[in-house]
Each structure stands twice: as structure tokens, then as C-alpha cells.
Design a protein around this ligand. Structure first.
Ligand SMILES: Cc1ncc(COP(=O)(O)O)c(C=O)c1O
Length: 413
């Protein structure tokens, strides 16, 4: 090791390049050399249209650009515009707002800010958050950045069914070591697999946590990462499980990372919220205070223009309907792209994880990096994960999908 200036906890940080952006970089170099048509770039989690252009909602873009300077550029309150917090809550739950619960929200820069706040405020330094073994890499980064860690449960059994038994086993194991137990659920439309938990699975999970919560020394925190909630075949139905967050014991706190990144294709504008659901007004109040303090101490305030946009969308039926329509069209496009891949995977006998929605499909693989390198020889750019390969079907125009499953199967041979 050479000379280092950083404090001891920061030594070695950032040495590994970001997995997604490293592949994206290579895809862009190939594109510049060979032309766009020759390159299959399934690396980045952003929607590209059928001409492979960055997709935005016209309704969002037009409205945002016309906001007066004061709404666009002035500071927002640290916690967020009060109307925005209500709008984020209303948007998140739709018609399934839990009845017997106190619900609070604090503005954050995207879902990432929301996740950061929960990791920092709800587990102790050195403790572990529980996440699935197929996971969005930044969970680990966020945990480590805040001197916390992660532990994983096995997400699927050999028949590719979601393994609640593994969640339970790991939970009980962790509860022996720590009183604060934070578990992350990225559903519906999980990144990287596309899995969505079923309503009955939620019932079972919550019953299990209620049992764990009988020990009043334990603090059970669920973090629901709903980044892809609007990209499933029925986003309204996909929210139904949220009504189950009603009347929970006071030592179970539900936190929800709301993000405008995908729901409004506002990725770079950085707007989201952390929403807390508790049966205790005291816990809910503490949630708002702690997260507001975190905001002040980490990023100060959020993007006022984006907050104002959501407020107006939720008040203006016509505007909301036109944006909803654009979103439905893009969502159907992605689901259709996924259908092609899933169907061809079946035809060629390629084992993929169950896809129900979202931006990605995953293929289990023994040596993901070697397979990804092999596919790269064919100008196919995908992200190798620990346990397999991630295909960002959101970024691929439909005409580039046929044949992809067969080529992957071939590379796996
Ligand atoms: C699983 C998951 N969670 C959260 C996010 C957060 O995104 P943002 O911070 O842009 O809202 C993303 C974005 O890619 C994601 O894939």
C-alpha cells in the first residue's frame, strides 16, 4: 500500500469501478467505433425508446421547463414542501393507504437518499442489514459508506420460487446478534431479477415479523424499495399489499423509499422521499425528526422544482392522466421486450429468474464475468453480478432482443 491521506475508515474506498458504469463505458466505446446498430447495450437502468434514444415523458418535461424560476430554483424546506410530502404519500399508496397507521414523509434526493437515511438511522454502526443474494449493488455501498454491513438471504429455491424460509432463517439468526433488524424488499419489479412478491407472501412475511416483534426488545424495520413499482403489468394492483401495513406492533416500522427517478423518468433531477408507517404517533414523529435532521446534515434540501411538479401533477387530473398514459405506454413496451426474451429463453432452454416486471431480467451463471466477457466479443454488453448476468431490457429497442437468449445460452456453453 502506498501513502494514504484519508482517514482509516476511508482507506481503499472507491478502488473498484462501479459495475454498471464500467460496462456502459465499454459499450459506448464500441458504439463510437462500430455504430449503434452493431452494439447491444443492455447495461444501464434507464429507458431507451425504439430508436434507442433516451426516453422522457413529454408531459413531465414540458411542465417542468415552464415552472417559474422561484419554483424551480429557490430552496425547498429541509423536510420538503408540505404539499409534496402529501403528494408523495398519496402517489405511493394509491388506493391502498394503510388505515390504522401514522404516516410521515421527508424529502430525499431520489430513492438512494431514502435508503441511506434508513440504513443510517435504524441500525447501529457495525450492524448488518438483510438483503437478498440477488441485489442492487449500491445497498452494500450505502451500508459500507455508513460503517454498516449487509447480510444476504437466498432469494430463490431450485425451482426459482421466492424462498421466504431463507428470509425467516436469516432474520432469526441476525436477531440473535442485534436488536435492530433492517430488511430490504425491492418489490414490485425487483432489480436485477424482475421478481414481485405476491400478496399472500406479504401476509406471511408480516405474520412472521409480528411474531418476532413479540420480543419487545427487538426493533423490526422493513425498507421497501419501490423504485420500479410503476413498471409492472398492473401498478394499481401491485400496491395492494401496502394496506397490510395497518395496525402493526409499535416495534415494527415500515419505511418506503419513494423515487421519481423511474416513475417520472426524472433520474438526474434527484427527487424522492422516505415514507414511514407506524402504529405509534411517537415513532412516526421520531421518524420525521431523525430523517429531517439527516437531510440537514447530509444534503440540506431537495430539488424544489421536482417537488412542485409532483404537487401539481397530483392536483391536476388532466396533467396526471396524460403522464400516466405516457408511462403506461413505455411500461407496456418494456413488458413486451421482456416477453420476447422470456419466450425465447424458454425455447432455447436458457434458465432465467422469474420476471414479473421492472427494468431487468437476470440469468444465473457460474462465472458471470467470463460469460459477460464472452458476450462482449459479440458486442453484447450486460452487467455481470455475483450470481449471474443482468440484462437491462429497458434500454434495448425491441428489434435487438430476438436472438439474445440464444446467444446467451451459447456463451454459457
Ligand atoms: C433497486 C433500486 N433501488 C433504488 C434505486 C434508486 O434510484 P434513485 O436514487 O435514482 O431514486 C435504483 C436505481 O437504479 C434501483 O435500481
Amino acid at each position: 500500500m502506498g501513502f494514504s491521506m484519508v482517514a482509516s475508515h476511508a482507506v481503499g474506498k472507491g478502488k473498484e469501478p462501479d459495475a454498471v458504469f464500467a460496462v456502459l463505458n465499454k459499450a459506448n466505446i464500441a458504439k463510437a467505433a462500430l455504430g449503434q446498430e452493431k452494439v447491444i447495450n443492455a447495461s444501464i437502468g434507464a429507458i431507451f425508446d425504439e430508436k434507442e434514444q433516451f426516453a422522457a415523458f413529454k408531459g413531465v418535461s414540458d411542465y417542468f421547463r415552464k415552472l417559474p424560476d422561484e419554483e424551480l430554483m429557490n430552496y425547498a424546506p429541509i423536510s420538503g414542501l408540505p404539499d409534496y410530502l402529501q403528494a408523495a404519500i398519496d402517489y405511493t399508496f394509491g388506493q391502498y393507504k394503510p388505515k390504522d397507521a401514522f404516516i410521515k414523509a421527508i424529502a430525499t434526493p431520489g430513492g438512494t437518499g431514502a435508503i441511506r437515511n434508513v440504513f443510517y438511522n435504524y441500525i447501529e454502526q457495525g450492524q448488518k442489514a438483510l438483503i437478498p443474494d440477488w441485489f442492487w449493488g449500491p445497498y452494500k455501498t450505502i451500508a459500507n459508506e455508513h460503517l454498516r454491513d449487509i447480510d444476504t438471504y437466498t432469494m430463490f429455491d431450485e425451482d426459482n420460487n421466492f424462498t421466504l424460509s431463507s428470509v425467516k432463517e436469516k432474520t432469526l439468526e441476525l436477531l440473535k446478534m442485534q436488536d435492530n433488524l433492517l430488511t430490504v424488499y425491492n418489490t414490485p419489479g425487483h432489480n436485477p431479477t424482475g421478481n414481485s412478491l405476491k400478496y399472500e407472501e406479504w401476509e406471511e412475511i408480516l405474520d412472521f415479523y409480528k411474531d418476532c416483534a413479540k420480543n419487545k426488545n427487538k426493533k423490526i424495520i422493513l425498507l421497501l424499495d419501490i423504485a420500479y413499482i410503476d413498471y409492472v403489468s398492473n401498478p394499481d394492483e401491485g400496491r395492494k399489499f401496502m394496506k397490510l401495513f395497518s395496525g402493526l406492533p409499535e416495534n415494527i416500522l415500515i419505511t418506503i423509499a419513494f423515487s421519481m427517478s423511474k416513475s417520472f423518468l426524472f433520474y438526474g433531477i434527484r427527487c424522492g422521499a422516505i415514507i414511514g408507517v407506524s402504529s405509534s404517533s411517537e415513532v412516526a414523529e421520531e421518524f420525521a425528526q431523525a430523517n429531517s435532521y439527516s437531510a440537514r446534515g447530509v444534503w440540506s434540501n431537495g430539488v424544489r422544482g421536482a417537488q412542485k411538479l409532483l404537487v401539481d401533477v397530483m392536483k391536476n387530473k388532466e396533467l396526471k392522466e396524460s403522464i400516466d398514459k405516457e408511462r403506461t405506454q413505455l411500461s407496456e413496451l418494456i413488458l413486451n421486450r421482456a416477453d420476447i426474451f422470456v419466450k425465447e429463453a424458454k425455447e432455447v432452454g436458457l434458465d432465467i429468474l422469474p420476471y414479473q416486471g421492472g427494468f431487468f431480467i437476470s440469468v444465473p451463471a457460474k462465472d458471470p464475468t467470463a460469460i459477460a466477457d464472452k458476450l462482449m466479443e459479440d458486442n453484447i454488453y450486460i452487467v455481470p453480478l455475483k450470481k449471474g448476468l443482468r440484462f437491462a431490457i429497458c434500454a434495448l429497442p425491441t428489434h435487438k432482443i430476438p436472438g439474445l437468449a440464444a446467444k446467451t445460452k451459447e456463451a454459457l456453453r
